[in-house]
Design a binder for this molecule. Structure first.
Ligand code: PAP
Length: 343
C-alpha cells in the first residue's frame, strides 16, 4: 500500500540549525580551479566550522538536521572515502544475517539510506521511481531519500558523511552509531582517484595531478572538509555509550576482531560462524564482483572498489609531498590526540 506522506517531525520538536552559511570565498575556489577542479555548482560553508557543502544542501539543511532517528536505527558516519561502503555492507549483513542473498539483488543504496544523497548527487531514476510509488503525494524537492527513509518502518541502516555538528543533536542519545575513520594519506589517495573518475552533468570534476590534488586536500577546504574537525567531533564523543569508533586500518588487519566489537555494540548476538559469513559477504572481491552487475555510482567511470588497501599513499606521493603531508598531519593530529596507522 503506498503511503501518502512520510512521517516528519512536528514544529515543536524541531531544532534550529547551529550554524549559518556563507559562500566559499572566490579566492579559495580560484585556488582549487588553478589545481584542476572544475566546479559546476556553488559551494557554501558553515559559520562556525568552515564545513564546505554544495549549495544544494541549503534547501534541505533544516529537514536533514531534523531527520528523526529511532531507537532501532543503526547510523554509520564517516568522512568520505574512509571505508563507508564496506562498513555499511558489514552492518547491513549483521542486521540481516538471514537475508544475505538480498545483497545479490540490490546494491547497498537499495537496502540502506544515504541521508546526504539528496544534495550530494543527482538523485538516480530508480530512487525517484521508488519514491513516487511509495509516497505519491510527497514532494521530491523536500528530499527523496530523507522522506523514503522517514517512511521506512525499520530497523533502518542509515549513513551520512556529515559531521556530528550537522546531525540531529538527539541522534546519539537515541540510537546506535558507528563512526569509521581512515588515515588522511589513504583518504587523500582514494578521494583523488574517485574524484578524477567522477562526472557531474557529463563533465569531469577534477582534471589535475595527484600532487595538486593533495595540496587542495591539505588546504582542508574542499567539499565536506575540514577532515580533522570531522573526526575530532566524533572523537570527543568516544565515551558515549551509543558511539563505536572503528578504524579502516584495524578492519584490514583484523576484521573478525572488529566484527566481534560491533556485535557487542549492536547487541546482534551473532555466532563466530555468522560473523565469518558477514566478513565474507562484504569482502572486497565479493563487493567488486557484485558491482559488475549493479554499479553503485553511475557517475563514476570504472569501478568504485579500487584497491581497498592501507598504505597506497606511498605508491603515488613523492618524498617531498610525503614530508609536507607528515608536517600537516603532525600539526593537526596533535589537536585531536589520534595517531593513525599508515601501513
Ligand atoms: P564514499 O565516500 O564514496 O562512500 P567509501 O566507501 O567511504 O567511499 O570509501 C571507499 C574506499 O573503501 C575505497 O578505497 P580505495 O580507493 O583506497 O580502494 C574502496 O576500495 C574501499 N573499500 C570498499 N569496500 C571495501 C572492502 N570490502 N574492503 C576494503 N576496502 C574497501
Amino acid at each position: 500500500m503506498p503511503q501518502t506522506k512520510a512521517a516528519l517531525p512536528d514544529a515543536m520538536s524541531r531544532h534550529p540549525l547551529p550554524v549559518t552559511f556563507e559562500e566559499v570565498p572566490a579566492e579559495v575556489v580560484a585556488r582549487h580551479s588553478s589545481r584542476g577542479f572544475c566546479y559546476k555548482k556553488k559551494m557554501v560553508r558553515t559559520v562556525p566550522g568552515r564545513f564546505s557543502l554544495s549549495e544544494a544542501y541549503l534547501k534541505l539543511a533544516d529537514a536533514h538536521y531534523n531527520f528523526e532517528f529511532r531507537s532501532s536505527d543503526v547510523v554509520l558516519l564517516s568522512y568520505p572515502k574512509s571505508g563507508t561502503t564496506w562498513a555499511s555492507e558489514l552492518l547491513w549483513a549483521m542486521m540481516n544475517i538471514d537475508h544475505l542473498d538480498s545483497m545479490e539483488k540490490k546494491n547497498i543504496h537499495g537496502r540502506a539510506f544515504y541521508l546526504d544523497k539528496d544534495f550530494a548527487h543527482p538523485i538516480p531514476e530508480e530512487d525517484l521511481i521508488r519514491f513516487r510509488q511509495k509516497l505519491p503525494d510527497a514532494k521530491a524537492e523536500e528530499g527523496v531519500i530523507l522522506q523514503l527513509a522517514a517512511a521506512e518502518k525499520g530497523p533502518r541502516l542509515l549513513w551520512s558523511h556529515m559531521p556530528l555538528l550537522l546531525l540531529n543533536p538527539d541522534m546519539l542519545n537515541t540510537c546506535k552509531v558507528v563512526y569509521v575513520a581512515r588515515n588522511p594519506k589513504d583518504v587523500c589517495v582514494s578521494a583523488f582517484h574517485f574524484i578524477s573518475k567522477l562526472r557531474f552533468e557529463g563533465l569531469k570534476v577534477y582534471q589535475g595531478e595527484f600532487s595538486d590534488f593533495a595540496e587542495v586536500f591539505m588546504d582542508d577546504s574542499f567539499m565536506m572538509m575540514p577532515y580533522w574537525e570531522h573526526i575530532q567531533q566524533a572523537w570527543q564523543q568516544r565515551d558515549h555509550e551509543h558511539l563505536h569508533i572503528m578504524f579502516y586500518e584495524d578492519m584490514k588487519k583484523d576484521l573478525m576482531g572488529e566484527l566481534r566489537k560491533l556485535n557487542l555494540h549492536l547487541m546482534t548476538g551473532l555466532t563466530e560462524q555468522q560473523l565469518r559469513q558477514v566478513s565474507e559477504a562484504a569482502s572486497f572481491d565479493r563487493l567488486k564482483s557484485l558491482e559488475a552487475k549493479m554499479p553503485i555510482f553511475k557517475a563514476v567511470d570504472g569501478s568504485f572498489f579500487r584497491k581497498g588497501q592501507t598504505g597506497d599513499w606511498k605508491n603515488i606521493a613523492t618524498s617531498e609531498l610525503d614530508i609536507r603531508m607528515d608536517r600537516w598531519i603532525q600539526e593537526k593530529s596533535r589537536m585531536i590526540g589520534i595517531t593513525f596507522q599508515y601501513s
